[in-house]
Design a protein around this ligand. Structure first.
Ligand code: GRF
Length: 217
């Protein structure tokens, strides 16, 4: 079973969407641990209530970014995850961290990348007057919000939208596409191409299943 370590900083609604997908039988993964860089992250209690191991690594207790990332890597690796899931983890990661988890570190960003990388995406989308906005799941590479794109969802921007109403519309889509992307990863179907894209491999029935002899009745 694909083992996930989830990194959060706050509310953790994307993490919860993964829980719901597992409960619905739509996501074949197990949750090894949930780690937050903030003690105040509401998602910690949600994960703990589910019986998942939680940990807090407070970045302010470390002298610099490299020291924090080194300690965080050591903690994550204790759980031997197949995939590290950034779910609202509000930290820029060092190149060393990203390289260590190359191909097994995934993020969700609340915009249609490459449009609006970085923060305050909904405000910036409204200011730019775009008619479509959305969210992106991508593998993480050293440059922030630039890695290979797995899946995106678009939503309309309405004339009377505020950053809050637009964020809510986008978030509903985030909760759809993150479980989908991670399911594809768990099925071994995501292939990062040499040009930095992601190809979705067809979902073939396993060789074992095709060898099953039908029961006689
Ligand atoms: C989401 O909008 C996500 O795209 C962004 O941070 C927010 C986290 O929300 N990276 P939640 O903690 O998952 O509710």
């Amino acid at each position: 079973m694909t083992r996930l370590v989830i990194l959060i900083s706050g509310r953790g609604s994307n993490m919860e969407a993964l829980f719901h997908a597992v409960d619905a039988g739509a996501l074949p993964v197990e949750f090894a641990a949930v780690i937050s860089n903030r003690t105040s992250a509401a998602g910690l209690a949600t994960a703990a209530a589910r019986g998942i191991t939680t940990a807090v690594f407070d970045h302010t207790a470390f002298p610099d970014r490299a020291a924090f990332d080194t300690a965080l890597m050591a903690e994550i690796d204790r759980y031997a995850p197949d995939l590290v899931v950034l779910a609202g983890f509000m930290r820029v990661l060092t190149d060393a961290f990203v390289t260590h988890y190359a191909g097994r570190l995934i993020n969700i960003h609340p915009a249609l990348l490459p449009a609006f990388p970085g923060l305050h995406t909904h405000e910036r989308a409204l200011a730019a007057g775009v008619k479509l906005h959305g969210c992106t799941v991508h593998f993480v590479t050293p440059e922030v919000d630039v890695g290979p794109i797995v899946i995106q969802a678009a939503v309309p921007v309405l004339d009377d939208d505020t950053p809050e109403t637009l964020a809510a519309r986008v978030l509903a889509q985030e909760h759809q596409i993150y479980p989908q992307a991670i399911r594809w990863f768990a099925e071994g179907r995501l292939q990062i191409t040499p040009t930095g894209g992601v190809r979705l491999q067809p979902n073939r029935p396993s060789a074992l299943a095709s060898c099953v002899v039908p029961a006689l009745d």
